[in-house]
Design a protein around this ligand. Structure first.
Ligand code: NAG
Ligand code: NAG
Length: 443
């Protein structure tokens, strides 16, 4: 039996009155397809649809200022597509790129204490003033993926762009902003160097690597999806460098997509999804990365990336993992503290897992969530305190066709990891396979 109350409690973390919970449970549809998923069992856990929206809305100070913003075109509800999430304490951050006009804020949050379900309005974070488009150096223009680290810092890459595809204007330079989540103040701002980018650069994703040296031993890795590079930023050196490798490129045979009833080609999309393993015995992590138009995952040690000289000349230190077959496009992945990787399977309306302590083979992969309506384009996945969070947004329909705004288009869903992986190949994490590498020993 589905125990909705338990899910609500686990997905909420804070003391709540469950009586007023509005979230509903979505049952996954186990229909096997694609790569030899047959070797792996599907998860059976229902997923909590924590929030859902037909269109996004913003928490203006009052209704008259909201109406004024709509009248002026400063807020066009149909243009707001949520693409990224992050969870920190009682905040769920939601990012909205400025692809079309009328986006009042690109970085926003929802209070998880006060919003148990329904369609909450977004509150700009850290405030409205720091969300003004084109106010370079003072404000955020377009933010995609964000990352909250263990030192209560939020890493926010502002692409500085307005528009998408051939409408893109570079209003401000690519700038990495690092905020203190406990004070809502900016700690550091770093403009990418001209040499970090090229004329095709499009960077939507960031991974953050804390090493053995604590909060100052931090690096950010930013994947240049259309310029085919990886930009490394060292917090300690306050310096960046660009890494190139042919593994960052798309596979020309893997650029055809069928999602949400649409067929389209994204043939040029290279390195996008990234996830970092736990610290290995040598004190470094493994960065896994995946060109979007590819069925392959690749890996490289952060020992290489963190060293500017090594990163320039270490072709053979980049590893190829076995071909994933077809229907294996992904844009987002994350590795939890038990070294289980979760990733979106955008062609399958699904989220999958791989027990990364075991070989990268079909039997060690599983689907943990699949739903042909609620999970159309699961744009971002995160794990926080043992809970898997997913945002789905029907992005291809927004970009290529038109969303039906009478329908629910955007959803934030969650499921406890333990339940999601129960009965799948991902359940047997290091407790069974790697007893001498418990995660607290690696700190
Ligand atoms: C931009 O791209 C769209 C769709 O790909 C196309 O219809 C449009 O004509 C293009 N506009 C310009 C100015 O190239
Ligand atoms: C980091 O470097 C940037 C530009 O290179 C500079 O503007 C900024 O002040 C530096 N920050 C720190 C904390 O050193």
């Amino acid at each position: 039996m589905i125990n909705k109350t338990k899910w609500m409690a686990i997905c909420t973390f804070w003391v709540i009155l469950l009586v007023s919970a509005e979230g509903k449970l979505v049952q996954e549809v186990p229909s096997g397809s694609g790569w030899n998923w047959g070797g792996s069992k599907f998860g059976r856990a229902p997923i909590l649809e924590r929030f859902s929206w037909k269109t996004m809305d913003f928490a203006y100070p009052d209704e008259s200022s909201r109406q004024l913003a709509i009248a002026r075109g400063d807020f066009v509800p149909e243009n707001a597509l949520p693409v990224g999430i992050e969870i920190w304490r009682n905040k769920l951050f939601v990012t909205i790129p400025r692809w079309r006009g009328g986006i009042p804020a690109t970085l926003n949050y929802i209070s998880l204490d006060t919003n148990l379900g329904g369609s909450p309005k977004l509150t700009p974070w850290p405030n409205w003033v720091q969300n003004v488009a084109g106010s370079c150096g003072n404000s955020l223009t377009t933010v995609y993926r964000i990352h909250a680290d263990q030192c209560d810092r939020l890493w926010v890459l502002d692409t500085g762009t307005i528009g998408i595809g051939n409408t893109t204007q570079q209003a401000c330079p690519y700038t990495l902003n690092i905020f203190d989540l406990t004070t809502d103040k900016i700690l550091r701002q770093y403009r990418l160097r001209p040499d970090d980018i090229n004329q095709n650069t499009f960077i939507a994703n960031i991974a953050v690597d804390l090493g053995t040296g604590g909060c100052d031993d931090a690096f950010a890795y930013m994947s240049d999806e259309l310029g085919y590079g990886l930009i490394v930023y060292s917090w300690a050196q306050n310096k960046s460098w660009r890494v190139t490798h042919s593994f960052f490129m798309p596979d020309p045979l893997a650029g055809d997509y069928n999602i949400g009833g649409l067929n389209f080609q994204w043939g040029e999309e290279g390195i996008f999804g990234m996830s970092l393993s736990g610290l290995k015995r040598d004190g470094f992590r493994t960065l896994y990365f995946h060109p979007l138009s590819s069925n392959r995952e690749f890996a490289v040690s952060t020992r290489i990336l963190r060293n500017e000289q090594l990163a320039l000349d270490s072709y053979h230190d980049f590893e190829v993992l076995p071909d994933g077959g077809s229907l294996f496009h992904r844009t987002s992945s994350v590795i939890d503290e038990n070294d289980v990787q979760f990733f979106n399977l955008i062609d399958q309306n699904a989220v999958g897992c791989w027990n990364s302590l075991l070989p990268y083979s079909p039997v060690n992969h599983a689907v943990v969530a699949r739903h042909d309506e609620a999970l159309i384009f699961p744009a971002d996945v995160k794990v926080n305190r043992g809970v898997l969070w997913i945002i789905s947004d029907r992005m291809p329909v927004f970009l290529i066709s038109t969303l039906n705004y009478n329908d629910v288009n955007f959803r934030v869903l969650c499921v406890p990891v333990r339940e999601a992986i129960a009965g799948t190949a991902c359940e047997n994490a290091q407790w069974n396979y790697n007893n001498n590498r418990l995660w607290w020993d690696r700190k």
